[in-house]
Ligand binder design. Structure first.
Ligand SMILES: Nc1ncnc2c1ncn2[C@@H]1O[C@H](COP(=O)(O)OP(=O)(O)OP(=O)(O)O)[C@@H](O)[C@H]1O
Ligand SMILES: [Mg+2]
Length: 243
């Protein structure tokens, strides 16, 4: 479904990605892991067209989408829930959700979609007329994910959805991400919380300094690599897992 080949991306003169290869098949939940600054968010930004220009190939549903505009990429069916959620805090929950359903076709089925979102995220129905800024961190994260789902993405990319949440809310978000995959969504999940992400992922990639250092099943990753090194970039087997 998504096939990234030899992808390079930079911020001005700073090179952040040095040739990434990554595949996501339909119905899979793929985790993208790595230390701070490894290039995880950059990879998602490059795929979604937020960061341009890039060098290399990004194919989605057999079409080249590298360097297309973010709006065009959303229309093709890729939705990004960015790091830090970025919901509209002064707009109500209902208004935020309506913004997610952007095309006229989607607006015509807005009510039905809304009901589906309430089934997945009951709290949003209770908070429908409250400004997004009055929601808790976990509720805002649910709103950000629901807003992305309103555009009926074929692929949803989540950038650290559990960041900054209390342990109970982290549980909720991981359950939700699993539920998304179970209902047939294809998910590319960027996470700091490697252990949790590996419990729900079908496959995983580990990025380090803008390069893929590992790809395989969660079981392979757990047996072949020390998670501490994934996280702290230290020498294999010497770091301390404090996640
Ligand atoms: N706007 C920017 N301008 C310049 N350099 C940037 C910018 N955003 C990121 N970088 C650099 O690009 C590299 C990759 O950053 P990126 O945000 O992709 O990392 P990440 O893996 O998402 O890290 P984190 O876990 O901290 O979110 C880092 O060296 C970072 O300093
Ligand atoms: Mg990031």
């Amino acid at each position: 479904m998504l096939s990234v080949k030899d992808l390079h991306a930079s911020y001005g003169s700073i090179k952040a990605l040095h040739g990434i290869d990554l595949e996501v098949n339909e119905g899979e939940l793929v985790a993208l892991l790595g230390t701070n600054g490894a290039g995880k968010s950059t990879t998602l930004k490059a795929i979604s067209g937020v960061l341009r220009p890039v060098v290399g190939s990004v194919r989605f549903a057999d079409e080249e989408i590298a360097n297309k505009k973010p709006e065009a990429i959303v229309k093709k069916g890729i939705s990004l829930v960015p790091e830090g959620r970025e919901i509209f805090t002064s707009l109500t929950v209902a208004e935020n959700l309506r913004l997610g359903a952007f095309s006229s076709y989607q607006r015509s089925r807005y009510q039905k979609d809304l009901e589906e979102m309430f089934a997945l995220f009951p709290i949003l129905e209770e908070r429908l007329n409250q400004p997004g800024g009055q929601l808790s961190g976990g509720e805002q994260q649910q709103l950000a994910i629901a807003r992305a789902l309103m555009s009926h993405p074929k692929l949803i990319m989540l950038d650290e959805p559990s960041l900054g949440l209390s342990p109970a809310l982290v549980d909720q978000i991981f359950e939700l991400v699993s539920a998304l995959r179970d209902r047939g969504s294809t998910v590319l999940l960027v996470e700091q919380n490697a252990e949790r992400a590996l419990k729900i992922a079908d496959r995983a990639y580990v990025l380090k300094n803008g390069r893929i250092k590992f790809s395989g099943s969660p079981q392979q990753l757990e047996s072949e690599l020390d998670l501490a090194s994934v996280y702290f970039g230290g020498e294999e087997g010497k770091g301390e897992v404090t996640v």
